[in-house]
Design a protein around this ligand. Structure first.
Ligand code: ZN
Length: 429
């Protein structure tokens, strides 16, 4: 499974590629692609998926009979990076061409310097009567953001250095006249003159690896949050209880606040759930009952205790690599005692270890998509993830055993029929 995760990560350099890779996996498993602009004719028992803006995806499979609950798993498909701006080439003194970029999300800027990078994304192409958008991935070591030698900037080097987001983040493409769009257009058999515009991101190609004295750890780019995406799609394709409607929602733009038309803070999930219910003849009341009877796992990786900074974490709720699935609590998360209790009981019954996370009260920590999604679909929600180190580094570290823990937990979640017995009580199959 770890090698399969590394293959998956290598094929998902951007959120658009994550969506395309998931679509291919789902189609191979018999799921049918739906367009949001077309009418949907749904058959019970069959799997379907739709995408929005090419970068978010929702898959669902309703049972053969009527259903009274949605079992939803929701990770995010984007990662911190650098977006290539329009007209990106910046010539320098007749010797260099750099690319003009903006920071996407919160990458650890200094760690992105001095390592080989590539470019992937999508090109909007001129067609005789319109526009076609195609994915591109140069998939070669192409760029490097050169750091400045400490001899030339002792003050910054000694202070650990704050980098200038416009000046210190520009990758070197080549010598005079180097042309990124020419390379990209050629790579997909198109002409540069037909490129109208683009969404392009830098990414790390280095393959994931297993390390540690006993192979305890994995390290790879984009573990946050492709480890949860991979676990979720694996669980979707192998789990199910034949009673609840299972849903996988992979959102773009979590790293920049989710407030896009395809992000978790959009109507994408509520629109799809409404159409699923309409397609199966459920009225408004039936939809609301299935939402309140269901549950959403907001799945996004968590902070494991860093061995050199143990003081940064909560005194009693400390998560470790290979310690099992993390249940995240704090006012920034959607978790409460009911949802955490249900999720932990499902894991307990399946023999999957869990651990609780709270922020140290002096360290704000991060946020994620659960409460934003919940503002549109107010379904019982629990925030979960896997403990990892160096979040938002171009090469992150997690526990080798935890991937299996997450797949088992998500599979058990899809397998467990959720039966709400009054407000706050559940029977789990
Ligand atoms: Zn994340």
């Amino acid at each position: 499974m770890i090698q399969k995760l590394f293959d998956f990560i290598a094929g998902c350099p951007t959120a658009c590629h994550t969506t395309a890779a998931l679509g291919a996996m789902l189609e191979a498993a018999g799921y049918t692609r739906l367009q949001e602009t077309e009418p949907w004719e749904l058959e019970p028992g069959r799997g379907y998926f739709t995408t929005r803006a090419m970068s978010s995806l929702i898959a669902f499979q309703a049972p053969k009979g009527d259903f009274s609950a949605f079992s939803i798993v929701a990770p995010h498909g984007d990662s911190p990076s650098f977006k290539v701006k329009e007209s990106p080439e910046l010539p320098c003194e007749g010797h260099y061409t750099r690319l003009n970029t903006e920071v996407y999300g919160g990458p650890l800027l200094r760690l992105w310097t001095d390592r080989p990078l590539s470019v992937a994304g999508r090109l909007a192409l001129r067609r005789e009567r319109g526009v076609e958008t195609r994915l591109v991935d140069l998939s070669q070591d192409l760029l490097i953001i050169p750091g400045l030698a400490p001899h030339l900037d002792r003050e910054t080097a000694e202070q650990g250095g704050k980098l200038d987001r416009q000046k210190d983040t520009l990758p070197l493409l080549g010598g005079e006249g180097a042309d990124l769009l020419e390379l990209l257009a050629q790579s997909i058999g198109e002409r540069k003159e037909d490129v109208l515009t683009h969404d392009l991101y830098l990414y790390v190609r280095q393959r994931g690896t297993q390390l540690g004295a006993k192979g305890e750890y994995i390290a790879a780019p984009r573990l946050d949050d492709l480890e949860c995406v991979f676990s979720a799609v694996t669980a979707l394709l192998q789990g199910g209880n034949g009673e609840d409607c299972k849903v996988l929602a992979v959102f773009d733009n979590e790293e920049i606040g989710s407030l896009t038309r395809q992000g978790a803070d959009s109507t994408f999930l509520s629109d799809v759930l409404a159409r699923v219910c309409a397609g199966f003849g459920k009225g408004e009341e039936g939809k609301l009952r299935a939402i309140q009877g269901g549950m959403l796992l907001s799945a996004d990786n968590a902070h494991g205790v860093h061995p050199s900074y143990p003081e940064k974490y909560d005194p009693t709720n400390r998560c470790y690599l290979n310690g099992g699935v993390v249940v995240k609590h704090s006012t920034r998360y959607a978790t409460d005692a009911v949802t955490a209790g249900v999720f932990q009981r499902i894991c307990e019954l399946a023999g999957v270890p869990t651990q609780a996370y709270y922020n140290n009260s002096k360290v704000p920590g991060g946020s994620t998509l659960g409460n934003l999604s919940g503002s549109h679909v107010s379904i019982p929600t629990v925030d979960i993830g896997l403990a990892q180190l160096s979040m938002h580094s171009p090469y992150e570290t997690a526990g080798a055993e935890d991937l299996g823990h997450m797949i088992a937990a998500m599979t058990a979640f899809y397998n467990t029929p959720l039966r709400r017995e009054g407000d706050g009580s559940y029977s789990l199959g």
